[in-house]
Design a protein around this ligand. Structure first.
Ligand code: ACO
Length: 428
């Protein structure tokens, strides 16, 4: 017999089905609640609300577990490639050798961006934030591929849109970096892979390719894989909800990019490095900043600490911390901010405030230090997060469509004025 939960309202008891996920997670199905009782549930920030059934990513915040399609993040980060993980997320299984080769070559074939896109791009002031540019340019792709606007695209057409976006995103990101420097863009190369092509477009010059240390390419691979998906977070839920209105993939991902931008979400990686710089410029002591973070009258928060779901540790942060040590050692970079980060982490982990609230370093705490060692400026960090998250957003958008999910439309509890009488200020 399956479990039920009962709710008693005004003397009437309603039995609600209890569903169990494949990893044993439990959910009370309230989908009939309003029809049968006239009541809604209220859950600000959706802290207890599951908005969908999903087969893409599982995470257990108490145990610090993260798996994509059943594969552990530790295994994927150590042994796989970014495009292999992208395929896994989007299509559900690891590709065969032949399928992966075709996926790679199809994506490579779509890395060139229409030259007319440069007309939009030229209008941005050179100091405009990279995330604003990225969301505009990704949304603007829809103008060049109007066939993507059809919500009844065939599977083949949808796959083309997916490949197109995966191919063009690194090129668009590189344009943004080059513009910030006032340098000409570098075109993608046919004989380069996804990550070395991206790094060459970012750091190479129009007439001179750049050769990268394996440690650099590997750090980039790990960072992209670690960001590839994270189930129903703020930006992913945004992508799904925008897509649920039948908005096209470019529009949905552009919305997700904007949701990611905020410092409470993906923007935290930029905010972390700025906070660590402030601490360094302030003499390097972490106590003052810990005290500020604990002071309820001070809006300051320890950036890169805390997570809505992880209440033990963020498994991605563990992997990133090691990758950070490795790449800095290999490159011989001695970043004083790394020592401050380690000191701050230790102090916070031993502080009762952080212990009581189960606040641990999240994925953003160390990623910025690696990005900086690789040569990116801090405003680019969240754009790199978006590049990594793209396959996850696509996978979630596709799952939502394949499952024919209804348009996302939460309810509210109205607490405003009731029945006011309108008195005109003047005669019409
Ligand atoms: N510094 C100080 N106190 C914190 C922090 C922090 N970084 N994070 C949470 N707290 C405190 C809150 O003040 C609250 O304390 P209280 O119970 O005394 O009121 C308690 O911990 C619970 O925090 P909430 O804000 O209720 O937790 P929520 O799940 O809503 O927020 C969030 C999670 C947004 C990640 C939060 O921890 C935060 O702001 N962290 C800093 C920003 C950050 O690093 N964001 C990146 C997250 S990872 C990602 O999106 C990729």
């Amino acid at each position: 017999m399956s479990d039920t939960a009962s709710i008693t309202l005004n003397g009437n008891t309603l039995e609600l089905p209890v569903l169990t996920g494949t990893e044993g997670e439990k959910a009370i199905d309230i989908s009939k609640l309003r029809d049968q009782t006239g009541h809604i549930t209220l859950d600000p920030g959706y802290k207890n609300t599951g908005a969908t059934k999903s087969a893409i990513t599982f995470l257990d915040g108490e145990k610090g577990i993260l798996k994509h399609r059943g594969y552990s993040i530790e295994d994927l980060a150590e042994k796989s490639t970014f495009l292999e993980v992208a395929y896994l997320l989007i299509y559900g299984d690891l590709p065969s050798k032949e399928t992966l080769a075709k996926f790679r070559s199809d994506i490579k074939g779509q890395m060139m961006v229409h030259e007319d896109m440069k007309n939009f791009f030229a209008g941005f002031p050179s100091k405009s934030h990279p995330m604003g540019q990225l969301s505009c340019l990704v949304g603007a792709l829809s103008a060049f591929y109007p066939e993507s606007l059809n919500p009844n695209q065939s599977q083949e057409e949808e796959d083309k849109t997916i490949i197109n976006l995966l191919g063009k995103m690194p090129t668009i990101v590189s344009w943004i970096q080059k513009k910030s420097l006032g340098h000409p863009v570098v075109y993608p190369k046919k004989d380069f892979g996804y990550i070395d092509n991206f790094m060459n477009m970012i750091f190479g010059e129009a007439n001179a390719d750049k050769v990268f240390d394996d440690a650099v390419l590997d750090a980039m691979r790990i960072l992209l894989i670690l960001h590839a998906d994270h189930e129903q977070n703020c930006s992913t839920s945004t992508v799904r909800i925008v897509g649920s209105s039948n908005a096209n993939l470019y529009a949905s991902i552009s919305a997700g990019i904007n949701a990611l931008w905020g410092p409470l979400h993906g923007g935290a990686n930029q905010a972390v490095i700025e906070m660590l710089e402030d601490i360094k410029n302030d003499g390097g002591g972490v106590e003052k900043y810990l005290a500020k973070a604990k002071d309820k009258n001070d809006p300051f928060r320890l950036m890169g600490f805390g997570h809505r779901v992880y209440k033990n540790f963020d498994p991605r942060a563990k992997i990133i911390k090691k990758a950070c040590d490795d790449v800095l050692a290999k490159l011989g970079v001695n970043d004083p901010v790394l020592e401050i980060a380690k000191g701050l982490e230790q102090a916070a982990l031993n502080d009762q405030y952080f212990i009581d609230r189960k606040l641990y370093p999240n994925v953003d705490f160390y990623s910025g230090i690696i990005y900086r060692a690789l040569g990116f400026n801090s405003e680019m960090f969240t754009v790199l997060f978006a590049l990594g998250r793209l396959p996850g957003w696509i996978a979630q958008w596709k799952e939502m469509r394949d499952n024919k999910e209804p348009i996302g439309r939460p309810r509210q509890l109205y607490i405003g004025e009731v029945d006011r009488v309108y008195i005109p200020l003047e005669e019409r």
